[in-house]
Design a protein around this ligand. Structure first.
Ligand code: NAD
Length: 335
């Protein structure tokens, strides 16, 4: 089996590459990644030592390059490559349309002309929009994205479904809730708060801190994608989530508690524009059809993640000493 993983140097993609390279030594894995600010080859040291893994630096919107990889005879494509940060999509939406929509179209065109066995689009629960206090997103919830990021992901999902309906492309879409775990880029809530707390810097919390996200450990997400690419029914969407709804402020307080730091570090900042209030996933279809169950509960998963950041300071120090610092100051001001 030959698998092309795109965006495999990012947070979830690199966890997935390491997982799949380790689990299936008989498969060949090609990782295509443009190495944007979010891509980091440091995440892939484990895979780089294995003979069933190869890295290709390149952009998914580069049709010629993508075609040349498909000509090697791919069986499966898993598309993680994306601009993924909502805040960045508010300040600069254009790149989100190019990578997330046009890039997906390039991959779909190549998949269609090279008769692959499966195309998996890694999507997000954010395409469903925002929930009130009750209810869950199911696969039948209408798409109602609110940010340029989620709109671009919804656009890509619709293209994937259209290529299935129109050309019979064997596709699946996974829509996962918020992930956390090792190699998570420090602009996202959990690593940002861990690193600021470790440095005794203020922890910037948007609005009233009561926005709710449904957290899943990245390894549980990787296991779900593994099941979907091997057993998913063609054309189907699978929601991925572990019923771990938490208000942002609860997550922040739990991090402070585990690190034995004072709550006085919390600093409420002006809310994100169009900030969705609540996300919550109903994963019943994935559980009943494909037998998926999450392994981690939030408290132990968070504890493992905090320990990972404590044990790997050079990984995040290298990131926050570079361009990221400029972005941080623009977003939250100087600490
Ligand atoms: P990330 O930003 O950490 O990684 C994205 C990767 O894609 C980076 O390595 C980057 O270099 C690469 N990339 C960006 N543009 C590219 C291009 N044009 N060509 C090739 N590579 C390119 O993102 P992530 O958090 O790991 O998310 C991965 C995927 O999972 C995304 O599609 C995202 O929408 C989806 N998702 C993320 C979450 C989450 O909580 N992080 C939840 C659900 C779904």
């Amino acid at each position: 089996m030959k698998i092309l993983v795109t965006g495999g140097a990012g947070f979830i993609g690199s966890n997935f590459v390491n997982y799949i390279v380790r689990k299936y030594p008989e498969y060949q894995i090609i990782n295509l990644d443009a190495l944007t600010y979010a891509g980091n080859l440091e995440n892939l040291k484990e895979s780089e030592e294995k003979s069933n893994y190869r890295f290709v630096k390149g952009d998914i919107t580069d049709r010629e390059l993508v075609d040349s990889l498909f000509e090697e005879g791919l069986d499966i494509v898993v598309n993680f490559a994306a601009e993924s940060h909502v805040d960045r999509s508010i300040t600069n939406p254009g790149i989100f349309i190019s990578t997330n929509i046009q890039g997906t179209q390039v991959l779909l065109d190549a998949a269609r002309t090279h008769a692959i066995k499966k195309y998996v689009q890694v999507s997000t629960d954010e395409v469903y929009g925002s929930l009130g206090a009750e209810g869950y997103f199911t696969e039948d919830t209408p798409l109602a994205p609110n940010s340029p990021y989620s709109a671009s992901k919804a656009g890509a999902d619709l293209l994937v479904q259209a290529y299935h309906e129109t050309y019979g492309l064997p596709v699946n879409i996974t829509r996962c809730s918020n992930n956390y775990g090792p190699f998570h880029f420090p602009e996202k809530l959990i690593p940002l708060m861990i690193i600021n707390a470790l440095n005794d810097k203020p922890l910037p919390v948007y609005g009233d801190g009561l926005n709710i996200r449904d957290w899943l450990h990245v390894e549980d997400h990787c296991r779900a994608i593994d099941l979907v690419l091997h057993k998913g029914r063609n054309g189907e969407v699978y929601n991925v989530g572990g019923h771990n709804e938490k208000a942002n402020i609860e997550v922040v307080k739990e991090i402070l508690k585990q690190l034995e730091k004072p709550v006085s570090l919390i600093k409420y900042v002006e809310d994100r524009l169009g900030h969705d209030r609540r996300y919550a996933i109903d994963p019943t279809k994935l559980q009943t059809e494909l037998g998926w169950e999450p392994k981690y509960n939030f408290e132990t998963g968070l504890n493992d993640t905090i320990n990972w950041y404590l044990e790997n300071p050079s990984w995040w120090e290298n990131i926050i000493s570079g361009d990221y610092q400029q972005y941080y100051e623009q977003q939250y001001g100087k600490a």
